[in-house]
Design a protein around this ligand. Structure first.
Ligand SMILES: [Fe+2]
Ligand SMILES: [Fe+2]
Length: 191
């Protein structure tokens, strides 16, 4: 249902659990970037009325998640700071076509895949972390990210036929799985 073509292995969960502070800082950056991405699309595609309200709502939700992660950081006495990001998002976008409307279609599908991967990993974290409050938080996020995955797919469906969306989603999901296999093993949401 998440359209991912690979499963996250147990080594990722172990890395995340051992470096949970670093993972939380990275997670905060991810929520901020997810909000920024949605806002960027609103700016760039003013002519596409169908995007505006769903992406505005999504951006607000991502900023709420950002604030919630900051709260968890604060509760643990961890300062939010710059962190070397995973190359995941940049490499994922390397397959986005440069011409419109393919560019927007591919961008929406990449966003859908990022949401799906986050959702999968929040599920893993919910079962892996010892801290009950944090596990509850991850379980709540899992549902939002699954919904965001759906939102991006619904927006993609406004741009192309169901067959085209399906085939492009599959190609990008194959690419996503390959990117993930090849990136440095860091304690990152998408590491
Ligand atoms: Fe989020
Ligand atoms: Fe999201």
């Amino acid at each position: 249902v998440l359209n991912l073509l690979s499963d996250t292995g147990p080594d990722w969960a172990e890395r995340a659990r051992l470096h949970i502070d670093e993972l939380l800082i990275d997670h905060a950056h991810c929520e901020k970037k997810a909000a920024g991405m949605a806002v960027q699309l609103i700016f760039r595609y003013t002519q596409h009325a169908f995007l505006l309200e769903p992406l505005s709502r999504l951006a607000r939700e991502e900023l709420t998640h950002f604030e919630q992660v900051l709260e968890h950081l604060g509760a643990r006495g961890i300062a939010f700071r710059a962190l070397k990001p995973s190359p995941y998002a940049g490499r994922l976008r390397s397959e986005v076509r440069s011409f419109e409307p393919a560019h927007l279609l591919d961008t929406l599908l990449c966003c859908a895949l990022v949401e799906a991967r986050s959702c999968e990993r929040f599920g893993i974290l919910a079962g892996a972390v010892e801290d009950a409050a944090l596990a509850r938080f991850y379980r709540g996020l899992l549902a939002s990210e699954a919904r965001h995955h759906r939102t991006y797919l619904d927006l993609a469906a406004e741009l192309a036929s169901a067959a085209e969306v399906r085939s492009r989603l599959r190609a990008l999901a194959l690419h996503e799985a390959a990117v993930l296999q090849d990136i440095p093993e860091l304690a990152r949401m998408h590491g």
